[in-house]
Ligand binder design. Structure first.
Ligand code: ATP
Length: 255
C-alpha cells in the first residue's frame, strides 16, 4: 500500500571477515504493526537488530527510520530518534530496584545534554519526580507495580524480561526491537507476553520481534519476514508465510 514505511532497509550488508550475516537485505516495515523476523540459527536476525540499534555499523547499505538515515549513528542517538530494544540475554542492573531500572530508561530522552554536563538546573527535583512518576506508569502498564522496590536481579526470569520491555518503552520509542522475549518463559508467561506486545502496538508503538516460539509469532504478528542466510526468503502475513513453498522447503524438507 501507499503508507510511508517507518523503517526501511536498503541493500543492507553485514560482513564479519569471511562470513556474510546480512546479504543485500531490502525490506520495509510500516508503522503500527507487529513485525516478526524469523529464520534458522545464524540467519542474521540478531545482526539485523544490532545494525538497526547502532551496535554494529553495516558494511554497506542504508537504514532509514522516519525518513532519515540512521546507519552509522551511535546507539544513544538512535534511541533519542525513537528506537529502543531489549536483548536476548537480559541486561538489567541487577542490584538496583525494578523502579530504578525503568527510571534509567527514562533519562536519556528527557535530560538530553544536561545530566552529562553535571549541571543541576532549577526544576531538577520536579523533573526527577516526573521521571519517577512516568516510570511507575510504565511498571503499571506491564503489570510489575508490585515489584517496584525489589532488586531487579531477584525477579524470576519471566519478570526480568518484562522489566526489560518496560525499560525499553520508557524511552518513548516509536519502534521497539524485542530480541527473543519469550526465551525461557513458560506457557502462561508467554501468553501474557503476547498480550503485552499487542497492547504495546495499541499504544502506537511499532514492534519488531525476533522470536523462536512459532506459536507466539503466528498468533500475534501482522507480518513476518523470513531470513535465510542473511537474505529474505519470504515475507507476508502469518498465513502467507506458513504456506510459502520456500519456507516449507527450508524448514521441513530439502536436505
Ligand atoms: P540465532 O537464532 O542463533 O540467534 P541469528 O539469526 O540471530 O541466530 P546472527 O547471530 O545474526 O544469527 O548470526 C548470523 C551469522 O553471523 C552467523 O553465521 C554468525 O556466526 C555470524 N556472526 C554474528 N556476529 C558475529 C561476529 N561478531 N563475528 C563473526 N561472526 C559473527
Amino acid at each position: 500500500d501507499s503508507q510511508a514505511a517507518l523503517l526501511e532497509l536498503h541493500e543492507l550488508e553485514m560482513r564479519f571477515g569471511g562470513i556474510t550475516a546480512l546479504r543485500g537485505l531490502t525490506y520495509e516495515v510500516p508503522a503500527n504493526i507487529i513485525q516478526a523476523v524469523i529464520g534458522p540459527n545464524g540467519a542474521g536476525k540478531t545482526t539485523l537488530f544490532h545494525c538497526i540499534s547502532g551496535l554494529l555499523r553495516p558494511t554497506s547499505g542504508r537504514i532509514v527510520f522516519e525518513g532519515r538515515e540512521i546507519d552509522g549513528m551511535l546507539p544513544n542517538r538512535i534511541t533519542r530518534r525513537g528506537i529502543s530494544r531489549t536483548f536476548q540475554h537480559v541486561a538489567l542492573f541487577r542490584s538496583m530496584t525494578v523502579l530504578e531500572n525503568v527510571m534509567l530508561g527514562r533519562h536519556p530522552r528527557t535530560h538530553r545534554g544536561f545530566l552529562s554536563t553535571g549541571l543541576r538546573l532549577p526544576g531538577m527535583r520536579s523533573e526527577e519526580r516526573r521521571i519517577r512518576k512516568d516510570a511507575e506508569e510504565y511498571l503499571e502498564f506491564v503489570g510489575l507495580s508490585d515489584a517496584r522496590g525489589l532488586p531487579a536481579g531477584s525477579l524470576p526470569l519471566g519478570k526480568q524480561k518484562i522489566l526489560e520491555i518496560a525499560r525499553a518503552l520508557a524511552t518513548e520509542p516509536s519502534l521497539v526491537l524485542l530480541d527473543e522475549p519469550a526465551g525461557g518463559l513458560n506457557m502462561k508467561e508467554t501468553e501474557e507476553l503476547g498480550e503485552l506486545i499487542r497492547r504495546i502496538r495499541t499504544r502506537g508503538v511499532t514492534v519488531l520481534l525476533v522470536e523462536h516460539d512459532m506459536n507466539l509469532v503466528m498468533e500475534i504478528s501482522d507480518r513476518i519476514l523470513v531470513l535465510h542466510y542473511g537474505q529474505r526468503l519470504a515475507s507476508g502475513t502469518p498465513d502467507e508465510v506458513k504456506d510459502h513453498p520456500a519456507v516449507i522447503e527450508a524448514y521441513l524438507g530439502g536436505e
